[in-house]
Design a protein around this ligand. Sequence first.
Ligand code: MG
Length: 371
Amino acid sequence: MKIEKIVMRQIQMPLKKAFETSFDSMKFKNCLIVEIHDQDGNIGYGECSTFERPYYNEEFMGGAWALLENFLIPETLAATIEHPDEITELFSKYRRNEMAKSSINCALWDLYAKEKKMPLAKVLGGTKEKVETGVSIGIQKDIPSLLSTVQGYIDEGYRRVKIKIKPGKDIDYMTAVRERFGDIMLMADANSAYSLEDIDTFKKLDELGLIMIEQPLAHDDIVDHAELQSQIKTKICLDESIVTLEDARKAIKLKSCGIINIKVARVGGLTQAKKIQKLGYDNGIGIWCGGMLDSGIARAHNIAVATLEGYTLPNDIAASDRYYAQDIISPMIKLNGTFIEVPKGNGIGFDADTYYMDKFTVRKAVYNKKY
Ligand code: MG
């Protein structure tokens, strides 16, 4: 790959409505976009999915910018790279910070596929023509609101419904949904809100036939999760706990989970996501792809990786207009029912919308290869 320069931008995308999480309320989604240009004019795009503050993991936007500028980008420009997997090896000396590493790894995969004039999904080894998406519902103020929200999505055709839970808004809420909607693919996401002392809650949830409970215990735990998994029949899905291939190997060995939610950004990019899905697939672990409120660039990478055979469950890959009036890719990502058609164009298969990319850019730097 004949890399000529790398451009890094901070993009500020206006959200249609403020996005509430347990730790923040955002009106804009800031993200870092990395463009890797080759000598033939091809451009590979990657996205660094950190939030502005280090609440989800140790990474944050200002830190990621500095890490990319001081280490990851100079190293990429200085290297001779034939295949994107090589960058993962090269970056392995830097501890953690997988989201920053992921932006370069994903941009190289996009560039690599464009140089080969092939869709990224095919280059990765994906076989699906469309990928299924489920819906994720935040914590609602009461049960009637939850039921009417779920009804809306069922009417839209979603088969998998994920509901965020926390202590006090769990058993009654999930039971009400199960009773009203019968045999739907129902799951709960606890975002680490519980401990092993809450075993009685999990035993009650266990009677609801959920397809999984996502990340019930601490964000960095696999030991207590193994204990919990041994006491309930509902599969535990790990999200935050799985950062590396080694984490996945250990979690499988300890029987800490039956399912893994692979977020490409969280695990350092497509190279690692591919390895974790293979390990999971070979060990009978269910896999699906989660997201980070990303722009269309990261969503496009997620669509591509979800075409791999190990991705056996509906994914959290939303249409662009779920959160944004305007995306930075063209065309915007649309759902066909609850499926997304895998694009057939080269690389990620979507063009960067340079007008909106420039319009939303609040900080930009260009780094040239030195000869
Ligand atoms: Mg999660």
